[in-house]
Design a protein around this ligand. Structure first.
Ligand code: MEV
Length: 318
């Protein structure tokens, strides 16, 4: 059996603007997905575990039960299997990342699958090859609407600045609290919505994207200095701009305001595509406990994390 794992990610600054070429800054987090493969003569079997399964449908004719989140993961795995022309194989997916939450679960699955399946077939791809191929496959499944942010972070780990190019940033880990609304979203439809708005109001949305890109650039030295007060301020500005392009939601904004209020956060914003999914906040002087309590009381599911974690790795090779 060959197993590879890859981390989820948090976009600190720059989501949506990055799809149109502005800079974004993101970090890999300590929740991971893993993909194991082994020979299975006579077919292809894909099994999913721990995908934080939510929502399912049943085909009454065949009696087959579908989980929408598992089905989502299976679409990405099928694309990787096709790319490698893989047959007679069993693929097992495990993930501690909630799906459709803006934490890069599909990228972590694609990247782990590319590494595990290629190693199982006897080839050893460079990280650049894994990142490029995973981006292409994720973009295909998402009908062309994706930036390389999630797949690059799942591959290389650490912190990355993404614009027209991807550059690693040597930055210390940032401690954050993530608040999950529990509302799944579709990255594809949020990106589509924003891109449509950009078509209708190009001069307005281009200006907003430019401002978001400047926030990402300003944030980098502040991260190096661990200047949490100013990073928090930038998060608040970035959040306002994300609201302006229509990716806020009542649930997300309630968590953001509770974090800044009772939670004592230095700053808080949506992370990822928005519309549902997650927000992030930088704990204030009282630490993460009051922040986690405030998020819980506002109806969210909080967890503490650190950015700058390891990228894709081989866990096991038989
Ligand atoms: C999703 O995590 C981030 C977006 O910018 C889309 C992308 O970059 O592919 C909304």
């Amino acid at each position: 059996m060959t197993t590879a794992s890859a981390p989820g990610k948090i976009i600190l600054f720059g989501e949506h603007a990055v799809v149109s070429g502005a800079a974004a800054l993101g970090g890999a987090i300590d929740l991971r997905a893993s993909v194991s493969v082994q020979d299975r003569p006579g077919g292809i079997v894909i099994t999913t575990e721990d995908l934080m399964l939510k929502g399912f449908s049943i085909d009454l004719q065949s009696g087959q039960l579908f989980s929408s989140q598992a089905a989502h993961a299976v679409r990405y795995i099928s694309a990787v299997l096709q790319e490698f022309d893989a047959h007679d194989i069993e693929v097992r997916i495990k993930s501690s990342l909630p799906a459709s939450a803006g934490l890069g679960s599909s990228a972590a699955i694609v990247v782990s699958a590319v590494m595990a399946i290629s190693r199982h077939q006897g080839s050893s791809l460079s990280l650049k090859k894994i990142a490029d191929l995973s981006f292409r496959l994720e973009r295909e499944v998402q009908d062309g609407l994706a930036s390389p942010t999630d797949t690059a972070l799942a591959t290389y780990g650490g912190h990355l600045r993404i614009s027209r190019e991807i550059s690693p940033c040597n930055l210390p880990p940032l401690e954050l609290v993530v608040g999950y609304t529990g509302v799944p979203h579709s990255t594809r439809s949020e990106v589509e919505k924003v891109q449509k708005l950009k078509k209708r109001y190009p001069e307005l949305i281009d200006g907003i994207f430019q401002a978001i890109g400047s926030i990402s650039d300003r944030a980098q030295p502040l991260m190096a200095d661990q200047n949490k007060a100013e990073l928090g301020e930038l998060m608040n500005i970035n959040h306002g701009l994300l609201e302006a392009i229509g990716v806020g939601s009542r649930e997300l904004c309630e968590l953001v305001y509770a974090s800044r209020g009772a939670g004592g956060a230095m700053g808080a914003k949506i992370t990822g595509a928005g519309g549902g999914g997650c927000m992030i906040a930088i704990p204030g002087p009282a630490g993460k406990e009051p922040l986690m309590t405030a998020i819980r009381q506002a109806g969210g599911r909080p967890f503490a994390t650190k950015t700058g974690q390891e990228g894709v790795r081989l866990e096991r090779e038989a």
